[in-house]
Write a protein that binds this ligand. Sequence first.
Ligand SMILES: Cc1cc2nc3c(=O)[nH]c(=O)nc-3n(C[C@H](O)[C@H](O)[C@H](O)COP(=O)(O)OP(=O)(O)OC[C@H]3O[C@@H](n4cnc5c(N)ncnc54)[C@H](O)[C@@H]3O)c2cc1C
Length: 388
Amino acid sequence: MTDPVVIIGGGVMGSALAYWLTRLDPKLAVTVVERDPSYEFASSALSAASIRQQFTTAVNVRISQASIEFLRRAADELALGEEKPAIALREEGYLYLADAGGAAALRAAHSVQRAHGADVVLMDDAELAGAFAWLNTSDLALGSLGRSGEGWFDGYALLMAFARKARQQGARYVKAEVSSLEVDGSRVTGVLLSDGSRLACSCTVNAAGPWARRVAAMAGVDLPVFARRRTVYVIDCPVAMQPFPLMIDPSGFWIRPEGARYIAGFAPPDDADEPPLQPDYGAFEAELWRLLAHRIPAFETAKLERAWAGYFEMNRFDHNAILGLHSSLENLFFMNGFSGHGMQQAPIVGRAVAELILNGRFVTVDLAELLFARIEENRPLLEANVIG
Ligand SMILES: Cc1cc2nc3c(=O)[nH]c(=O)nc-3n(C[C@H](O)[C@H](O)[C@H](O)COP(=O)(O)OP(=O)(O)OC[C@H]3O[C@@H](n4cnc5c(N)ncnc54)[C@H](O)[C@@H]3O)c2cc1C
């Protein structure tokens, strides 16, 4: 390849890809086009950055197992000389809760996870009450706890670490907005920027996160990815509660510790496409407050401190990543539609897409089930565990 690989979007996906491309082929020219290097609205900067093994599709369990291994050694992998990035990984687990109606689905998901080696255990209501004294178990039937390989980390630090290491390995970051793509037959021949300039490319990659649908449309491809606003509420509760994993309530809300506070969120009932990125304070008062106080009685004394909002890049087709080529174009790669679980998948998806570009196939992790072809052939690979 003489012309560079042009990656559109320098969030955690684009930067993980730039890192892997320049690591696997140090001679390769890689250009990352990012319109906002402050990442003010990027999902990667607004993420809850948590990692779990508790998915319902085997491929997602496999990705998480590889990803946790990477995160554990990220400080060495992504070091710049002596300077080691601190991504602050905390393996405190995920706790999925089910009432009587949801217990069968939790057991089914558990079987998939165990079959793929995830370190998860089922707990009945008495075991839950014994392990988590702060939990109201009166209407619970079952819980599923991750004993290792699950927790949270500093997503912004991971993004920065990938971007810095990619640069050190030779990737070029350009601050610009991609306005259109030049397409000749089945090839993208150039990437056009809003300042009127043009970048030649050997191939290009859509890593535009919640805005990926627009980039796909520039090449005539219909990508079922939509920007859905998710508010993260920061809550102060004076009562000490230990241990406290990331908990997912049967009603759908999630909560986890964040330093001395807690962060929580849920999927709002009016889930519109691309609303303004302002936190939805009304939904906290109207919905979440009541659910939190029911599940965790100590939250009667808690107070909402602040909130922020970011976009999930929701794949409405089947809530899973969309990777690789669309049949109409031989050199436009996609890495989109992570539906709220992209931060944890970036280290592995970045490598997998780099392998696709360099070798024409997956080498270390087989993510064939996530290829774009399944959408063109109407074969959904439904992920049921989409949080909030
Ligand atoms: C509130 C919230 C909580 C989350 N919690 C978790 C979690 O716990 N665990 C987890 O794994 N994931 C979580 N996610 C999801 C995760 O953060 C995303 O899947 C991931 O960050 C997506 O990365 P990305 O690089 O694809 O997108 P982004 O980070 O959004 O990056 C895309 C970049 O593309 C740029 N761009 C777009 N269009 C153009 C253009 N035309 N020209 C130039 N640049 C362009 C944008 O400026 C942006 O910087 C959460 C997301 C949110 C919003």
